[in-house]
Write a protein that binds this ligand. Structure first.
Ligand code: NAD
Ligand code: HP7
Length: 317
């Protein structure tokens, strides 16, 4: 009862199965999927009855037909395409009477958000951004702890080291993810998660500096309302600390707050289903919530690195 119909754009990619799983686990139906690449056998594990299109025009015909049909309705369109295509695919969803559930980074630059706001108003449909770290138990616990402390001491400035290491092979730099015009670079494609998390917990950004900007490693310093943050981000396995490597792991996500360490490498697997539940229950993170982190990554993309000057993260070399 009350099953909602979904469509998915970018359905053959790495993250799309997590959206399929979320649609399924929230008790809903995927009716149509689009991807120019037809390696989509995964569909059989989820929605073998879904219509699949490799051409946009045929997908458009299907979606338009449903949009005009009084009985059938696509209520949500999931978007799991390369970052630079998100705003276009969001427009397509909204103009076809569906809400958009779009992967991060929502867009590459803040002015794209302004444009989407206009279309939200015109269509009455909403844009939701997947920001799954905001639904991660350890991160929620950290936010609650800090919020409580800030109630007592609103001017407190925390001292933070954020280390985000997630190894990727050579393929990364051959794919669209390695092309700054398509992904925004690693700070936009991967760093956006923790920039969002930090400004969600410690307040808006006041100063944004970059020390190091290599294709596979970025580092910088940020002054937020309630924190000074030295951050380091890399997709290069060589930065993974020895003790982590010894366990066979290839990712390491850690935040040190006033010397106290929080590891949050685990607990990521079901956050897409949680994100969908959150949206379907009347929550979700919209355009305004995406703005802080999109501002931050957009500025980082344009900044000239300072080199090893000032307050840089200890991993910089
Ligand atoms: P991917 O390259 O594996 O998949 C992208 C898919 O989009 C490919 O199948 C490609 O054929 C398809 N595509 C390309 N152009 C298209 C078009 N014009 N129309 C329809 N489909 C098109 O990439 P991915 O890793 O799955 O990433 C997809 C999105 O999800 C990105 O925005 C990425 O940043 C995001 N992502 C988020 C998380 C997370 O933790 N939330 C994890 C991975 C990826
Ligand atoms: N992996 C692949 O095989 N292919 C891929 O395309 C990506 C990963 P994690 P996720 O690389 O674009 C993170 O590091 O959390 C393998 C970012 N999300 O846990 O799934 C990888 O080699 C996301 O925003 O990666 O995704 C590991 O073996 C970003 O778009 C395994 O999958 C994505 O990297 C899991 O890898 C990317 C977060 O950091 C929360």
């Amino acid at each position: 009862p009350n099953k909602k119909n979904f469509a998915l754009i970018g359905a053959s990619g790495y993250i799309a199965p997590r959206h399929m799983k979320a649609i399924k686990e929230t008790g809903n139906d995927l009716v149509a999927a689009l991807d120019p690449y037809d390696g989509i056998g995964i569909m059989d594990s989820n929605f073998p009855q879904a219509h699949f299109f490799t051409e946009f025009e045929r997908f458009d015909r299907f979606v338009d037909k449903w949009h005009r049909d009084g009985n059938k309705k696509i209520e949500y369109i999931g978007i799991t395409t390369p970052n630079y295509l998100h705003d276009s695919h969001i427009r397509f969803a909204l103009k076809n009477g569906a809400h958009a559930i779009c992967e991060k980074p929502l867009v590459l630059n803040p002015h794209n958000i302004d444009q989407l706001k206009i279309i939200e108003e015109e269509t009455g449909k909403k844009v939701y951004n997947i920001l799954q770290l905001r639904l991660h138990d350890s991160i929620i616990a950290l936010k609650e702890k800090i919020a409580k402390e800030l109630e007592q001491n609103p001017n407190k400035i925390y001292d933070i080291d954020l280390t985000y290491l997630t190894s990727r092979g050579k393929w990364y730099f051959v794919s669209w993810k390695g092309d700054e015009s398509k992904s925004g670079g690693i700070a936009s494609n991967i760093g956006v998660h923790f920039f969002d998390m930090l400004s969600w917990i410690f307040g808006p950004i006041e100063e944004n500096l970059v020390h190091l900007k290599h294709p596979d490693a970025n580092a910088g310093f940020m002054k937020l309302k309630n924190a000074n943050v030295r951050w380091f981000l890399s997709v290069n396995y060589d930065y993974i600390p020895e003790d982590i490597r010894a366990t066979g792991k290839t990712t390491f996500r850690s935040i040190t707050v006033d010397g106290e360490e929080f590891e949050f490498s685990e607990g990521f697997t079901d956050l897409h289903t949680k994100s969908y539940e959150h949206i379907l229950n009347g929550g979700g993170f919209g355009l305004d919530e995406a703005r802080n982190s999109i501002n931050i990554v957009s500025v980082i993309r344009k900044l000239t690195p300072l080199g090893l000057n000032g307050e840089y993260h200890p991993f910089c070399k």
